[in-house]
Design a protein around this ligand. Structure first.
Ligand SMILES: [Mn+2]
Length: 368
């Protein structure tokens, strides 16, 4: 049995909150617990171990502590770097650092597999992430990956056109995958997917084990978050979903006129959750004074870890509020809305403007 995990993004710090950084560490620790409890033969990690290629000491310490526990249980951690792990210019992979101290293994090309004995011989092949500009080179490499005696696993961190059809966001189509592997282990997309291929083999995207972005809330509600236990004892692999407990999140769309009542009932409802949630309030209807909205919302502080407001109210025609009394964000939102941007685009642009890591955000905006 293998444990397939991915996109752990250690060090990610949503809304600049300590607690959100800890949440991401917490699910990684839960995944290691699961591997040890299930006595898996290996953990396979399909990329984006860290959120940035030069992670903080705090996130490295968390990784080292968790990986040491895995090493004590004699479970190898076999990994490939994702796009977030890839150094810009002449930097060094953090994966290399951890490999140097014997805490993980990195698969660096598709010619030589890492062999695991799991009742049967399991050959694990993997490649680091290739950017879209090098997708032809990746296809060449894939053409040279040849399955061997026993079971064969292929680990990749790439965008598949079938799931990420946007320009420059995909590098492979399913038909580009080499034949003859039993299990195609993919990373990059944050939602879980499982597909049975025409030849009976299995392709699975493990997804991220926490809700890394607001857009992942629906996926989490539908499919949960976590990992896959991969049983390769039969020719056709068997997958068991392992669910990890994440901090709950909720989106609440409310009309400004009903805001007070809605906040009242939210307070009652959210009090019963096992952990304090992140709450996203989408305010619709007619515009309401910002200070008043924030005052009403402030009552949510005791029942949430964090609440945030997306203001989608419309200003009544002709009574546009004085620009001087608006915050910078409100002016930008107004401007973008008038120019036909939708809410999703507006929130991504705002995120981009607020972030210090503009380059990272640009990639995310492009769906990478
Ligand atoms: Mn990625």
């Amino acid at each position: 049995m293998l444990l397939h995990i991915s996109d752990t993004h250690l060090g990610k710090r949503e809304y600049n909150l300590d607690s959100r950084e800890e949440d991401v560490y917490n699910v990684f620790e839960q995944l290691m617990d699961e591997a040890i409890k299930e006595r898996v033969k290996a953990v396979i990690h399909t990329g984006d171990l860290f959120d940035v290629y030069e992670p903080s000491n705090r996130s490295k310490l968390v990784a080292i502590t968790a990986l040491k526990r895995l090493r004590s249980a004699e479970i190898p951690f076999i990994s490939i770097p994702g796009d977030h792990d890839t150094p810009k210019r002449k930097g060094t992979y953090t994966h290399k650092l951890l490999r140097e101290v014997g805490l993980l293994e990195v698969l660096s090309d598709l010619k030589e597999p890492r062999v695991i004995e799991d009742g049967v011989r399991v050959n694990i092949f993997g490649s680091p992430h290739f950017p879209t500009s090098s997708k032809e080179a990746l296809k060449d490499d894939l053409a040279h990956a040849s399955p061997r005696e026993g079971r064969n696993v292929l680990m990749l961190h790439q965008g598949l056109r079938e799931y990420l059809p946007y320009d420059n966001s995909w590098q492979l189509q399913m038909m580009d995958l080499p034949q003859g592997f039993n299990y195609y282990a993919l990373g990059h997309l944050h939602s879980r997917k499982k597909v049975i291929m025409p030849d009976g083999s299995l392709l699975a995207i493990a997804g991220s084990p926490e809700i890394m972005r607001r857009e992942e809330i629906d996926d989490w509600r539908r499919d949960g978050k976590g990992a896959y236990l991969v049983d390769l004892s039969k020719e056709e692999p068997n997958l068991h979903k392992v669910d990890i407990e994440v901090r709950p999140q909720q989106i609440c769309e409310v009309e400004s006129q009903r805001l007070e009542d809605e906040v009242q009932s939210l307070i009652k409802e959210l009090r019963n959750l096992p952990r304090k949630p992140i709450l996203h309030i989408i305010l619709t209807g007619t515009s309401m004074e910002r200070a008043k909205v924030m005052k009403i919302l402030s009552r949510l502080a005791e029942v949430t870890e964090h609440y945030r407001l997306e203001d989608r109210t419309v200003l009544a025609k002709g009574i546009r509020s004085d620009v001087r009394s608006m915050g910078a964000n409100e002016i930008i939102i107004d401007y973008l809305r008038e120019n036909g941007y939708n809410q999703e685009e507006i929130s991504q642009i705002l995120q981009l403007l607020e972030s210090e890591e503009v380059e990272e955000q640009l990639k995310r905006f492009a769906g990478l």
